[in-house]
Design a protein around this ligand. Structure first.
Ligand SMILES: [Zn+2]
Length: 277
């Protein structure tokens, strides 16, 4: 059973064990918004059960980005009556084009999803899209009856289509903010990600930040995450410029992340640099 944390009146974090996933629920008077549906029918049902223990309202969904743990539970919510699935256009496109390619990742914990066998294993591609913005911020208001939430896009960061969800002084950040695990750089835009973290820390109305994995954090945590990432990028870039291999190795050891995450970050920076040239 998922763990439910009431952050404010009618605003919940729903945490499930698999993938340390943090989902969200925001209740209005006529509608409730679910943030991130899990990695397949099993986790989708776990999140839905938690939601239904709190509300009978009609549901809408937002997928914060196009990683499997965010959208592969969508079909469970569609079967439960949800019709509106919100996302950034590039997230919707990524799910439509590359969603199936992510099925192997869930082989162990969601075998039905991995093999597309059984109920609620089809992909449900988001059908309500934020305005297409490439490198500019955008804010989309969503009315849930008596309560308005804001879907926020701050440019590329953890992926090229991350959406944050703000309600009162609470901001659900997707994987742009991570607590208790390292940032996942695989298909990220590290330099823009640092900017996004600075921007988030500068959104003064928000005081509680709900990460994509882990426990809610404060503004200082978001600022530190941005500083740490900025330093890591700087060190990797200066070590790449260093002729002396000992200097290069030494600066790799000074990185704030584990060897694995540092390597992925380095590879991603090179890949982006090559794409530019
Ligand atoms: Zn992610």
């Amino acid at each position: 059973m998922a763990n439910i944390l009431e952050i404010a009146d009618g605003v919940y974090q729903i945490s499930s064990d698999n993938y340390r996933l943090s989902s969200g629920l925001i209740l209005g008077q006529t509608q409730a918004l679910v943030i991130d549906t899990g990695a397949g029918p099993r986790q989708g049902q776990e999140v839905l059960d938690a939601v239904r223990s709190l509300t009978d309202l009609p549901l809408a969904v937002v997928n914060s980005h196009a990683h499997f743990d965010r959208f592969m539970g969508n079909a469970v919510f569609e079967a439960a009556g949800a019709r509106d699935f919100w996302a950034h256009p590039r997230t919707a496109q990524a799910i439509a084009q590359r969603g199936d390619a992510q099925r192997p990742y869930v082989e162990v914990l969601e075998p039905e999803m991995a093999h597309r066998q059984g109920p609620a294993t089809q992909l449900v591609v988001p059908n309500r899209l934020l305005a297409e913005e490439v490198n500019r911020s955008s804010f989309t208001q969503l009315y849930l009856g008596g309560r308005t939430v804001t879907l926020i896009y701050l440019g590329p960061a953890h992926t090229d289509g991350d959406v944050l969800v703000g309600v009162e002084d609470i901001l659900f950040t997707g994987d742009i903010v991570e607590q208790g695990s390292e940032p996942a750089f695989e298909d990220s835009y590290p330099a823009f990600w640092v900017t996004a973290l600075q921007d988030i820390a500068g959104l003064e109305r928000y005081r509680v930040f709900v990460p994509g994995h882990g426990k809610p954090v404060d503004r200082a945590f978001v600022e530190r995450m941005g500083q740490t990432m900025g330093q890591a990028i700087e060190r990797l870039q200066s070590s790449a410029l260093a002729q002396d291999s000992q200097v290069r190795t030494a600066s790799m050891y000074q990185l704030p992340y584990s060897g694995g995450a540092s390597r992925i970050l380095l590879d991603r920076l090179r890949q982006l640099e090559q794409a530019e040239n």
